[in-house]
Write a protein that binds this ligand. Structure first.
Ligand SMILES: Cc1ncc(COP(=O)(O)O)c(C=O)c1O
Length: 419
C-alpha cells in the first residue's frame, strides 16, 4: 500500500529550504507549520530532571502526567478523569492510531492539514473532502457534510469519522460555537465519531474569543487531540495527548488506541513525561509564555494577511494559530499572463521570482486549479534563537529588523505579482 507520496510535502519543503539556505540562498520560508521560537526557559531544568526517567512505564503515560492533562482539559470546561487520557510521542501517531482503532471511512474539511488524508489511506480508509464555510476553516460546511455523507453511503462507503481542526491549519481561523453546535448535532443524528484536533487551542489570538470544543456538545462521541508542538514550539520533543469520551464507546476507542500504541511506540519518552506533567499543570510561567506566543502569532499573521489582501487577494482574517490561507482568484487574469494558472504553478512562481516559499493548496486536499496556498507566518521570527527570543519579548515585533525585513519582502513580492 502507498500514500502516493514519498514524504509529507511540508517536511520535503522544509528540507529543500534548509539545503538552499545552506548553499547561501536567501528565501522567505512560509512553507512549514512550525513555530520557530526557542524552548521556554523553565523547561531546560524540567527536561534535565526527567533524564533519570529511563524505565518504559505505562503505555498510556505515567499516572501523574495523565492527571496533569486531565486537569488541563478540566480547566477548559471538559471535566476529565486521568483514565480518559493517553499520552504519546506527538499527536500525529495518536491520530493515526485512532484511524486504525476505529472502523469506517473519514470525512475531512477541504482544505485541511496535509497528514489526515494519507493517514486515513494508510489505515485502509476512503477519504471524503467537504468544502469549508466562507467564514472559517477546520470544519466542513454542515449542509455539504450531510450531502457528501449521504452520497458516500449511497455509493456503498461507510463514513463514520469526521475530523475537525480547532483552530485550523491551514486557514488560521477558529470555527465559531454556532457552527460547532451544528456539526455536533449532525454527528449525533448521523452517528459519526468526531475527532477534534485542538493542537492550536492555546494559540487563539484574542483571549476573549469564545472557544467551544465539540466534546462539550457531543461528549460521548468526541475524541480530542492536543500537544505541545505548536503552543510551546516543542515539535522536536514529540509530546501529544488525547482525551477519550467517558463511557463504553470512549473506552473502546481508548483501548484500541492503547493497543496500537503498545505495538507501535510503547510509551511517551520518560523525560517528556516529566515535561508534560509540568506544562499541563499550567504554572504561572507557562501561562505567561502561552499568552505571549498567542499574541505574537496573531500580530505577525495579521501583518501577512494585510500584505496579501492589500493587493486584492481574498483571505479569511486569522484568529488562531499561525497561518493564513490566501486565495488569489481575483488576480487570476493577471496571473495567467505569467503562466500562473493553478496552485502548483503559483507555488513555483512565488519561489522562482520572489524567493517566497509557500505550501500549495492542492497538498491540503484543495482544488488543484484554485490559486490558493498556505503561509505559515510563524517562520518569520528570526533565524537564530537569540533573534527569536527578542521577537517574542518585543512589544512591537513588527518593528524588529528580523521580522520587518521578511514582512516587507512578502508585501513587495505580492505587490509585484499583482502589479
Ligand atoms: C493540525 C495539526 N495536527 C497535528 C499536527 C501534528 O503535531 P504533533 O505530531 O507534533 O503533535 C500538526 C502539525 O503540523 C498539525 O498542524
Amino acid at each position: 500500500m502507498t500514500t502516493g507520496q514519498a514524504i509529507s510535502p511540508n517536511l520535503a519543503l522544509d528540507d529543500y529550504v534548509a539545503r538552499r539556505r545552506a548553499a547561501g540562498d536567501d528565501l522567505v520560508h512560509l512553507g512549514f507549520g512550525e513555530a520557530r521560537l526557542p524552548v521556554p526557559e523553565p523547561l531546560h531544568r524540567i527536561l534535565t530532571r526527567g533524564a533519570r526517567r529511563n524505565a518504559y512505564g505505562p503505555v498510556a503515560g505515567a499516572p501523574a502526567a495523565r492527571e496533569a492533562v486531565a486537569g488541563y482539559f478540566g480547566r477548559r470546561r471538559l471535566p476529565t478523569a486521568a483514565e480518559q487520557v493517553v499520552l504519546a510521542p506527538g499527536s500525529k501517531p495518536l491520530l493515526m492510531a485512532i484511524g486504525l482503532a476505529v472502523p469506517g471511512d473519514v470525512l475531512l474539511p477541504r482544505p485541511c492539514w496535509n497528514s489526515y488524508a494519507p493517514q486515513a489511506r494508510l489505515a485502509g480508509k476512503h477519504v471524503f473532502g467537504v468544502p469549508i464555510p466562507e467564514e472559517c476553516g477546520g470544519v466542513p460546511e454542515p449542509a455539504a457534510l450531510r450531502r457528501t455523507l449521504h452520497a458516500a453511503r449511497a455509493a456503498g462507503h461507510d463514513p463514520r469519522i469526521v475530523v475537525l481542526t480547532l483552530p485550523d491549519n491551514p486557514t488560521g481561523t477558529l470555527a465559531p460555537p454556532g457552527l460547532i453546535r451544528e456539526i455536533g448535532a449532525l454527528a449525533e443524528e448521523e452517528d459519526l465519531l468526531i475527532v477534534s484536533d485542538e493542537i492550536y487551542r492555546d494559540l487563539v489570538h484574542d483571549p476573549a474569543r469564545p472557544v467551544l470544543s465539540p466534546a462539550e456538545v457531543a461528549p460521548a462521541r468526541t475524541v480530542v487531540t492536543t500537544g505541545l508542538s505548536k503552543s510551546l514550539a516543542l515539535g522536536g520533543w514529540r509530546i501529544g495527548a488525547a482525551r477519550f469520551p467517558a463511557g463504553p464507546r470512549g473506552e473502546a476507542v481508548r483501548d484500541g488506541v492503547v493497543s496500537v500504541a503498545s505495538d507501535m511506540w510503547s510509551t511517551l519518552a520518560g523525560p517528556m513525561q516529566e515535561v508534560a506533567e509540568y506544562v499541563y499543570d499550567e504554572p504561572a510561567d507557562i501561562r505567561r509564555e502561552l499568552a505571549a506566543r498567542a499574541r505574537l502569532h496573531g500580530t505577525v499573521a495579521r501583518a501577512v494577511y494585510d500584505a496579501v489582501t492589500a493587493v486584492g487577494a481574498r483571505c479569511r482574517p486569522p484568529t488562531g494559530g499561525f497561518y493564513v490561507y490566501p486565495d488569489l482568484e481575483p488576480l487570476r487574469e493577471r496571473l495567467a499572463s505569467r503562466a500562473v494558472t493553478d496552485s502548483a504553478s503559483l507555488h513555483r512562481h512565488l519561489l522562482a521570482e520572489y524567493g517566497v516559499v509557500v505550501l500549495a493548496g492542492h497538498h491540503l486536499g484543495d482544488d488543484p486549479g484554485a490559486l490558493r496556498f498556505k503561509a505559515a507566518t510563524s517562520m518569520l521570527y528570526g533565524h537564530t534563537a537569540e533573534e527569536q527570543r527578542e521577537t517574542l519579548a518585543a512589544a512591537d515585533p513588527l518593528g524588529l529588523p528580523q521580522v520587518r525585513r521578511q514582512v516587507d519582502w512578502i508585501a513587495q513580492s505580492f505587490a509585484k505579482l499583482a502589479g
